[in-house]
Design a protein around this ligand. Structure first.
Ligand SMILES: [Zn+2]
Length: 298
C-alpha cells in the first residue's frame, strides 16, 4: 500500500498507474544478465510495500539472457511482431516516456511494445531519475514549451479530454513517466522540469487489460495503456488505442496460456474478501486499506 500512500493525490478517480507489483510466470520471468532483474524485483517489492514472501524466487546465479527480437524486444520464441501494426501508427503528437532505470530491466515491460508501434521520431524514451537543462537540453526545451503536457495524476491535473476542448494551444507533446508509483512520484517531484508542462490525467472507465500484473485498483492502467488512451484522445482517433493495445492483449493471452494467472487488483481482492494476507496492524495502513475497499481515492 505504500506506493498508493506516496503517489496518489486527492482528486477524482484517475486511470493512470505506472508499473506496480511484479509477478513471475514460468514462461517469462527469468534473471537478466548481471542479476539486474532480481534487483529490480526487490525494488518493486519495496516500493509497493508488498511482502516478497513466496512471490519471487531470487536466483543466486546470473543466467544467460534469452535472445530477443530486435523489433518488439520480446524473447524470440514469444515474439509479438505479428500483433504489431504493419507500419508505424501515424501520429502528430510527440510522446516522451521518462523511464525509471529499474523499469528498463523488467521482463514484462510494455514500453518496448509501445515504441515498436510508433514512428521512431515520435516516441522517445529517456531513462533516468534526474533530468536538468544541463543534462538534457532537448528535454528541457520540450518541458518549457507551452504546448507540452505531462500525464501525472493529482489535484492540479486537468482531465485531458476536457483540457483539449478549451486549450488555446493544441498540445504537440505529451510526457509519461514509466515506473512504480513511488518511482514516478520521485521523478515528478524531484525534477522541477516536469512541473513546467501542463499537468493532465485520464478519466476513463476502462479497466486495465494488463491482467498478468497486479494493479492496486481496477482503474489503474499500464504505461502502454496510458499512452494508448492519451494518444487516442489527442489524435482524436480510437483506432490508435485499438492498435496499440493489440500486442498487450497478445502478451497477456500468451502468458495466461502458459501458466500465468490473472492478477486481480488489490481493490478487487479486498472487496471480495479474497485478500490473501493479514490486514496490516499499522493504523494508518489499515485505514488506507479500508479506503481502498470502499473505493475512496487515497
Ligand atoms: Zn518481435
Amino acid at each position: 500500500m505504500e506506493p498508493h500512500k506516496e503517489a496518489r493525490t486527492p482528486g477524482d478517480p484517475v486511470a493512470w498507474l505506472p508499473g506496480t507489483l511484479r509477478t513471475q510466470t514460468p514462461e517469462e520471468e527469468e534473471p537478466r544478465v548481471g542479476g539486474s532483474a532480481p534487483a529490480a524485483s526487490v525494488l518493486d517489492a519495496e516500493a509497493c510495500g508488498a511482502s516478497a514472501d513466496g512471490l519471487w524466487d531470487l536466483p543466486v546465479e546470473p543466467a544467460e539472457r534469452r535472445p530477443e527480437c530486435s523489433h518488439c524486444s520480446r524473447p524470440q520464441k514469444v515474439c509479438l511482431c505479428p500483433f504489431l501494426p504493419a507500419h508505424p501508427v501515424h501520429i502528430s503528437t510527440y510522446l516522451y516516456i521518462i523511464q525509471h532505470p529499474a523499469e528498463e530491466n523488467k521482463v514484462l515491460r510494455t514500453v518496448p511494445l509501445l515504441a515498436a508501434c510508433l514512428p521512431k521520431d515520435k516516441c522517445k524514451i529517456k531513462i533516468g531519475r534526474r533530468f536538468s537543462e544541463e543534462r538534457d537540453p532537448e528535454l528541457s526545451t520540450i518541458c518549457q514549451k507551452s504546448d507540452t503536457l505531462i500525464l501525472y495524476p493529482g489535484a492540479e491535473a486537468a482531465d485531458l479530454e476536457e483540457f483539449i476542448l478549451d486549450s488555446p494551444v493544441y498540445p504537440s507533446t505529451i510526457i509519461i513517466i514509466d515506473g512504480t508509483w513511488s518511482q514516478a512520484k520521485d521523478i515528478f517531484y524531484k525534477n522541477s522540469l516536469f512541473r513546467l508542462p501542463k499537468q493532465v490525467q485520464l478519466k476513463t472507465s476502462i479497466s486495465s487489460q494488463y491482467v498478468i500484473r497486479a494493479q492496486p485498483t481496477n482503474r489503474c492502467l499500464s504505461t502502454l495503456e496510458c499512452a494508448a488512451v492519451a494518444l487516442s484522445i489527442l489524435e482524436k482517433n480510437n483506432y490508435i488505442q485499438e492498435t496499440l493495445l493489440r500486442p498487450l492483449q497478445a502478451l497477456c493471452s500468451f502468458q495466461l496460456q502458459h501458466g500465468a494467472q490473472i492478477r486481480l487488483s488489490k481493490e478487487h481482492l479486498l472487496k471480495n474478501g479474497l485478500y490473501p494476507k493479514p490486514m496490516p496492524k499499522n493504523k494508518r495502513k489499515l485505514r488506507k486499506m479500508e479506503l481502498l475497499m470502499n473505493s475512496i481515492k487515497i
